[in-house]
Design a protein around this ligand. Structure first.
Ligand code: GDG
Length: 456
């Protein structure tokens, strides 16, 4: 390992509890606990005026938070990050709401955070920056003369070169990313998109194995598919009964778990489930779709309609198919405790993960890890999820083709035990080989091997 300094992790939100829970947060917490270092992120609280970093915890490593002002929260978080970058990177250019003032706030917040980081950086420190909130942060650090190794991981899909020009300044993305030494993406399709984007730049030279030059910068792009803590999910699933589900005996359970987001393909899923119900033979077993969908980003305009759309679709499917002792779609718009979720995964005969676009999708992986190997359930997976490159034992669907999705639900529920077990074993092997600890170690080892840059 070439680097000896501290690890500095930067993410949009920083956990406040001493021992955080939740996949990614736990992995970063463990990487920092093992190596020592600093975690920097926004506190989630709004301040009157931009302020300094506040130390919020120290132990094996330190946590520093910064507060956003209300104007920063609106322009940076709700505005440019979630009303321009998120829809663009999820192929929903039709939802983009470009406001020049918000773009400026996004750049200003990145500049301010760069200033805060530069204030605590020491030679030899290695910086790992997360996600689309901070695309220009590396470049902003370089402008301040920072020569440390800078890594970036994008959790969401990388836009296709044909989509990227919808950004207000189409050259902006390759320039922002060129601030980093290593760019980690979820899937090989994302790496292809990123390299194709640089391929269109006259000053870029594309080398082998994801290495490239852009002007005077050398960088490397690679796929680092994020994983999960397989044993933690399996143990929680084994230990937790999800409670009284009130399903009549013999009723099969299909499960969906998604943040309420237009990228997750929920209307298409409800439509497909309605079609599956409509095609059932008389006397066939009943199935209930339990959809957990905690709301997110409710202040962003484009998120307001999905909730009403789903409620009305569930109402109409239930109106057509429900019986006194059977509700075909049950929809919970609330966050459930993590262990209850794990118990539900294990109890479900089938899980529907059908996004229209998704960086990876951890629900797909968590569902598989939670299964009982003696009688595993079936994963129905959209091939637009990054997870589709890895989970070859899933039943793959095109979420836009709701008739075939309906058939996949029917086939999945009828799948033989032998077939289900073979698929489960193959997916579990992948989950174990590329778990969340593999992900942090592989990314950080690769970053530590990048040559140090000379900054004028
Ligand atoms: C982004 C990318 C990428 C969900 N409902 C509840 C709950 N969850 C947990 C799940 C899972 C997580 O939230 C969702 O992760 P996903 O990966 O499915 O999706 P995003 O939130 O969109 O995440 C995605 C990910 O970053 C990591 O790189 O995979 O592609 O979009 O862990 O279990 N947890 C609890 N209650 C709920 O009701 N406790």
């Amino acid at each position: 390992m070439a680097a000896e300094g501290r690890l500095i992790v930067v993410s949009n939100r920083i956990p406040t509890e001493a021992t955080p829970s939740g996949g990614l947060v736990v992995a970063l917490h463990q990487a920092l606990t093992g190596r020592g270092g600093v975690w920097i992120g926004s506190s989630g609280e709004l301040a009157e005026a931009p302020g300094p970093l506040r130390r919020i915890a120290s132990g094996a490593y330190e946590r520093f938070a910064f507060d956003l002002t209300e104007a920063e929260h609106e322009g940076f978080y709700l505005g440019y990050a979630n009303s321009v970058l998120w829809p663009l990177f999820h192929r929903r250019a039709d939802l983009i709401d470009v406001q020049e003032a918000e773009r400026q706030v996004y750049l200003d917040v990145n500049d301010r955070v760069a200033e805060l980081i530069a204030g605590i950086l020491e030679p030899g420190d290695m910086v790992w920056i997360h996600d689309y909130h901070f695309l220009p942060l590396g470049q902003a650090l370089r402008r301040r003369g920072v020569g440390n190794r800078l890594g970036f991981f994008l959790h969401i899909p990388f836009p296709a070169p044909s989509d990227a020009p919808a950004l207000p300044d189409r050259r902006v993305l390759p320039e922002w990313l060129a601030g980093y030494d290593l760019i980690g993406l979820q899937a090989s399709r994302d790496v292809r998109n990123c390299i194709d984007l640089y391929g269109k730049e006259p000053t870029a030279e594309i080398g082998s194995n994801g290495r490239l030059r852009f002007g005077d910068r050398r960088l490397e792009v690679g796929a680092f598919p994020i994983g999960i803590d397989v044993d933690a999910i399996r143990d929680a699933a084994e230990a937790t009964e999800p409670g009284a589900l009130m399903l009549a005996p013999g009723t099969r359970l299909a499960l969906g778990v998604d943040r309420l987001d237009y990228s997750k393909g929920l209307p298409q899923r409800f439509d497909a489930f309605g079609k599956y119900l409509g095609a059932r033979e008389p006397g066939e077993l009943r199935t209930t779709l339990l959809q957990i969908a905690p709301p997110s980003r409710e202040d962003v305009e484009a998120y307001k309609d999905i909730r009403h759309q789903l409620e009305s679709m569930a109402g109409s499917v239930n109106g057509e198919h429900a019986a006194l002792d059977w509700t075909p779609i049950r929809y919970i718009r609330r966050q459930l405790p993590r262990d209850v979720l794990a118990g539900l995964y294990r109890r479900a005969d089938l899980c529907l993960v059908t996004p229209l676009a998704d960086g990876m999708n951890l629900v797909a992986k968590e569902y598989v890890a939670a299964q009982d190997g003696a009688d595993p359930g079936v994963l129905i997976l959209s091939h637009f999820a990054g997870a589709a490159e890895q989970l070859d034992g899933a039943v793959m669907v095109n979420p836009y083709d709701t008739e075939r999705m309906a058939k996949a639900i029917r086939d999945g529920l009828a799948m033989s035990l032998g077939d289900r077990q073979a698929r489960y074993l193959s997916m579990m092997q992948t989950l174990r080989e590329t778990d969340i600890y593999w992900w942090t170690d592989t990314f950080l080892d690769r970053l530590a091997r990048r040559p140090l840059v000379r900054v004028a």
